[in-house]
Design a protein around this ligand. Structure first.
Ligand code: AHM
Ligand code: MG
Length: 332
């Protein structure tokens, strides 16, 4: 891990990004600006979420997104806020969003970066005041600088990510991100309008006592997964499932644990989306010392063929993910 400059808890996100950039002599500052743009949109979305019940933006928007899921008003608002911040920031030429069928061209044809984003994940939890999140991946464009962006730019493997992160809007709001040099977490102080470093160099425990899975789908899970869930019970692990991926992931990252969303009868390829849910969290967990797989393949090595592709996700503490894999192999 490159950590020439260890920065103290309490450092602002802006200063942190700036100082980290100094560690890379050839860094141009564009990625730093892009991360700041995301943080700005996160603050705005945080404000909208906090007062959602007061300004009438809870509930359904009355539309379905490309996945056939009912959009919530806050899904739509978060989508608009992030797209606007990324467009105005100027560093991003194209955006892939969970809420939009096609790639969004920002008009910044010289922008070097692509962002894949789930603007508001776990939105079924909005109306009941439970934690929700934003997940993002950043890629460098591979097409020519002046031509706008091509689908190939938006269909890169997770190993090509230059940065990834999430924001959890919870009992406090946190932004956690990696640029491939460890994982750092920042807590938002709304009275000052700043994110401050609160969780430097996050390392996830090698094992844990939490397992997070919607066992409602158990009957159609692969046998290896069923056996692993049985094993969790025999070991006396605690079941913890919020139904907000970011919140479940965040807890397990800090405390040790595993999150599983396998293939089910309803969702034969898994429910979660590779490009803006699984890859980002896979990058973060690996940087923190954990693992992410679809059961047979490392998530970040899956070659995407569709923008909104789904995949099974098994992610968390290294020893727990290894155990699931062992059990899946046994049942093959
Ligand atoms: P969303 O992007 O439509 O919000 O769906 C993703 C969410 C995850 O946050 C969560 O882990 C999962 O779906 C919950 O699904 P289920 O209700 O099937 O357990
Ligand atoms: Mg989502």
């Amino acid at each position: 891990m490159n950590d020439k400059l260890a920065l103290p808890v309490g450092t602002t996100l802006d200063r942190f990004i700036m100082r980290k950039q100094e560690e890379f002599p050839y860094a141009s500052g564009e990625l730093s600006q892009l991360l700041r743009d995301i943080a700005l949109a996160a603050k705005i979305v945080n404000r909208e979420i906090n007062r959602a019940g007061l300004i009438g933006v809870t509930g359904a928007f009355g539309n379905q997104n490309v996945q056939g899921e009912e959009q919530q008003k806050l899904d739509v608002i978060a989508n608009i806020r992030f797209i606007r911040a990324l467009r105005n920031g100027g560093e991003v030429c194209a955006i892939l969003s969970e809420e939009e069928d096609d790639i969004i061209l920002t008009g910044n044809n010289k922008g070097k970066y692509i962002v894949a984003i789930d603007p508001l994940d776990g939105s079924s939890n909005i109306d009941v005041n439970v934690s929700i999140g934003t997940i993002f991946s950043i890629y460098r464009r591979i097409s020519d600088a002046d031509l706008g962006s091509t689908p190939a730019d938006c269909l890169q493997k997770g190993t090509c990510q230059v940065a990834a992160g999430y924001i959890v809007y919870g009992s406090s709001t946190m932004l956690v991100y990696t640029t491939g040099h460890g994982v750092n977490g920042f807590t938002y102080d709304s009275t000052l309008g700043e994110f401050f470093l609160s969780n430097p160099n996050i390392i996830t425990p090698k094992t844990g006592a939490f397992y997070s899975c919607n066992e409602g789908g158990l009957n159609s899970f692969p046998d290896g997964i069923k056996n692993y869930l049985e094993y969790c019970k025999n070991e006396g692990y605690s079941a913890r499932y919020i139904g907000s991926l970011v919140a479940d992931f965040h807890r397990n990252l800090l405390k040790g644990g595993i999150y599983l969303y396998p293939q089910t009868a309803k969702t034969p390829s898994g429910k979660l989306r590779l490009m803006y849910e699984c890859n980002a969290l896979a990058f973060i967990i690996e940087q923190a010392g954990g693992r992410a797989t679809d059961g047979t393949k490392r998530i970040m090595e899956i070659v995407p063929s569709e923008l909104h592709q789904r995949c099974p996700l098994i992610i968390g503490s290294v020893e727990m993910v290894n155990k699931v894999e062992e059990m899946l192999v046994k049942e093959e």
